[in-house]
Ligand binder design. Structure first.
Ligand code: GLA
Ligand code: ZN
Length: 682
């Protein structure tokens, strides 16, 4: 991959969602905005996200003058624009005249007008309306000098159960299965006499109808990813018909559940996402940076490592949580630089100016109700803007990850839907985070991929709880290990195929040979239960004891070497962790959710064997270290997530980019919630 800044400029763009349509009656405020944007070093605004009612107040009657002015004004101060298509919310006249644009919920009741993000993606009328407004916007603005790209709609989510959508779903199933007989077999529909005898009998899953056919539930989710993509593609094709050169994105969300983002990403030119970490709410604060870091890594990995845009974060607080706490001093900068460390080339907030009314009037914004930047948050925002200007050379630089974690959305749906050994918390994401955290603590860069992604570019692939083995995944794992890769698997892996049919002949199904084990049974532990595990190998220490929680696979080593064994309960003496030498590589299996120190030791020994390490030998407990690189330099991002100052020992002389390019070496100090961006020649 080459070093290509996203927008062809050596610049980290800084800005916000800008909603001038809320302020058209107060031109002096719009005027003031320009002055404040300059003061805060802003260079980008996302404009028009919810402007439809102002752009088309009546069907076919357009009003673009205000937007002309806004774009020209932004252009006059050198601020670029992501221009939004307004399909995330529609004007009231449309819902009134064409109720089919409104979504039907799973109980088959049609929504009333209101809210947002709730259109029917199949409705021909809605598609037509969207096409008209998008075309008008594209014709008027897609060659405007301020416009850098398209922000398609906003935070796509959910599904609609109307007749249009049902029809499309049946067609989609026909395409996939060809015959009803194939579908019935894949769905194991003989069970409870759920056999379909005609395509018309198939209905989307519903709380008042079918919800027990897991393969149907999964197909509905897959279908909705494709339907939403199809709707988004309809918008993309519309705007690209006018100017194919303008890149497109839509803003994604954190560990998003409704759609498979690895699929969705294929139709986008670049990835952007909205990040709202609860920095101070969790008791164990240190988990939040880990969780957020993994999210950023996922976003970067969606397009094979290409830099992404942080489309939304808040400079201070949200307003939609039980408790919406303020970011402590430095935290806004720390969170923003964290995004950069993991590959973000833009830092943007929701929103530019706090609304006066309605539901988000107390959500943090660049400009508070007071109307100037001379505030605690405003000072930090301006300082961050100045800092980002110094970091322009980092735009387009890449993250070198030799380790990947597999976190697969379809597998996640399947795990959550299956009624199995432990329905009170399946914890797929949490278990992935256990391993991610071990890597984070060592300052090792990680890609977060899914089962469809190439594995060959990694030395180590960690794939906890791959309950569903999709497509040719097992074959690619086999090749990966045979060629020398180190693969880590866990309990609840290799259980079902693509349509949720269990593998026959012993778990973990197609991974059995590679892992050299047979997983005979699985024991579920309650939240307050644990069992003892004793390590019997060098890598995690002889006779060291660890606790295991959650689920315990009761396995037999069949060729694999035992690394640790259960030391309590009726399965005392059975293997709890194994390693199998397979071809030139190794395949590990961890049979239970083992405590942090075990995972640290195991991951540590695998990294050591593969000569993978971060730039800093030992990191203090809540300090993070991640790197990006280009042809000339490695950039080292250090972040201190604790309320205490922390010191770090640098391995070589570096340049402190944010601090007058001073040369630094030896011990450096990070203030409470402080961050440093250093560089050194490669
Ligand atoms: C989302 C939306 C924004 C706004 C913010 C508030 O990310 O895209 O329009 O509602 O949440 O946190
Ligand atoms: Zn519909």
């Amino acid at each position: 991959m080459s070093f290509e800044p996203l927008f062809g400029k050596h610049k980290i763009f800084y800005g916000a969602d800008y909603n001038p349509e809320q302020w058209l009656d107060t031109p002096e405020i719009l005027e003031k905005d320009l002055e404040l944007m300059k003061q805060a070093h802003c260079s980008i605004m996302s404009v028009g996200i919810f402007s439809w009612a102002k752009l088309e107040p009546q069907e076919g009657v357009y009003n673009f003058e205000w937007l002309d002015k806004v774009l020209d004004n932004l252009n006059s101060i050198g601020v670029k624009v992501f221009l939004a298509t307004p399909s995330g919310a529609r004007p009231g006249w449309m819902s009134k005249k064409y109720p089919e644009v409104l979504r039907v919920w799973d109980n088959r009741v049609r929504a009333l007008h209101g809210g947002r993000h709730n259109h029917c993606a199949s409705s021909p009328v809605y598609r037509e309306m969207v096409k008209k407004i998008d075309t008008a916007l594209a014709e008027r603005y897609s060659h405007h000098p301020a416009v850098l790209g398209w922000h398609i709609s906003n935070e796509f989510s959910g599904s609609c159960h109307c007749e249009y959508c049902q029809k499309r779903f049946r067609e989609w199933l026909k395409q996939k299965y060809k015959t009803l007989d194939n579908l019935n077999k894949a769905y194991w529909s003989t069970f409870w006499s759920h056999t379909y005898s005609s395509w018309d009998e198939i209905e989307s899953p519903s709380s008042i109808g079918e919800s027990a056919v897991h393969a149907l539930n999964l197909d509905w989710k897959r279908f909705n990813t494709e339907l939403c993509m199809d709707f988004c593609k309809h918008e993309i094709d519309t705007v690209k018909a006018v100017n194919p050169a303008l890149p497109v994105t839509t803003n994604f969300m954190e560990f998003f559940y409704d759609y498979d983002y690895f699929e969705f990403s294929k139709i986008l030119d670049f990835i952007s996402w909205d990040s709202y970490p609860e920095w101070h709410v969790y008791k164990d604060e240190e988990k939040i940076p880990v969780y957020t870091a993994m999210n950023h890594d996922l976003m970067r990995s969606l397009k094979g490592g290409k830099p992404f845009v942080l489309m939304e974060e808040t400079p201070t607080c949200t307003n939609w949580r039980g408790l919406s706490k303020l970011k402590k001093p430095n935290m806004n900068t720390l969170g923003s630089l964290q995004a950069m460390a993991h590959g973000a080339d833009n830092i943007q907030y929701f929103q530019w100016r706090k609304s006066r009314g309605s539901s988000e009037k107390f959500h943090g914004a660049f400009i508070d109700h007071v109307g100037h930047l001379d505030t605690r948050a405003g000072h930090e925002e301006c300082e961050l803007g100045a800092k980002l200007e110094k970091l322009g050379e980092i735009a387009g630089s890449l993250v070198d990850a030799k380790v990947a974690i597999v976190f697969d959305t379809v597998n996640r749906w399947a795990i959550d839907d299956a009624q199995g050994p432990r329905n009170c918390g399946k914890k797929y994401l949490e278990v992935c985070l256990d391993y991610y955290k071990a890597l984070w603590k060592k300052g090792v860069n990680v890609d977060v991929i899914d089962e469809t992604c190439p594995l060959d570019k990694y030395k180590v692939v960690i794939a906890p709880m791959t309950y569903m083995i999709r497509g040719d995944y097992a074959k690619r794992v086999e090749k990966f290990v045979q060629n020398g890769g180190h693969y880590v698997s866990s309990f609840w892996s290799g259980i079902v195929d693509d349509t949720d049919l269990c593998f026959l002949g012993g778990f973990p199904g197609p991974l059995k040979e590679i892992l050299g084990i047979w997983d005979e049974e699985i024991e579920a532990l309650g939240d307050d239960e644990s069992v003892q595990v004793k390590s019997i190998c060098d890598c995690t220490g002889f006779n060291r004891c660890f606790s295991a929680t959650h689920l315990c696979a009761l396995i037999h080593a069949q060729g694999a070497k035992v690394l640790a064994e259960y030391d309590s309960d009726f399965f005392k003496g059975m293997a709890a962790a194994t390693v199998n030498t397979y071809g030139k590589g190794k395949a590990y299996y961890v049979a239970s959710r083992l405590e942090e120190s075990f995972i640290d030791a195991l991951v540590g020994s695998i990294l050591k064997e593969n000569d993978i390490h971060g730039p800093i030998e030992t990191l203090p407990f809540d300090v993070s270290c991640h790197t990006r690189y280009n042809d000339e330099y490695e950039y080292v991002f250090l972040g201190n997530y604790s309320s205490k100052a922390q010191t770090v020992l640098l391995p070589c002389e570096c340049t402190d980019i944010l601090n007058h390019n001073k040369s630094v070496s030896g011990q450096v100090t990070l203030e409470p919630y402080g961050s440093l961006v250093l560089k050194h020649k490669r």
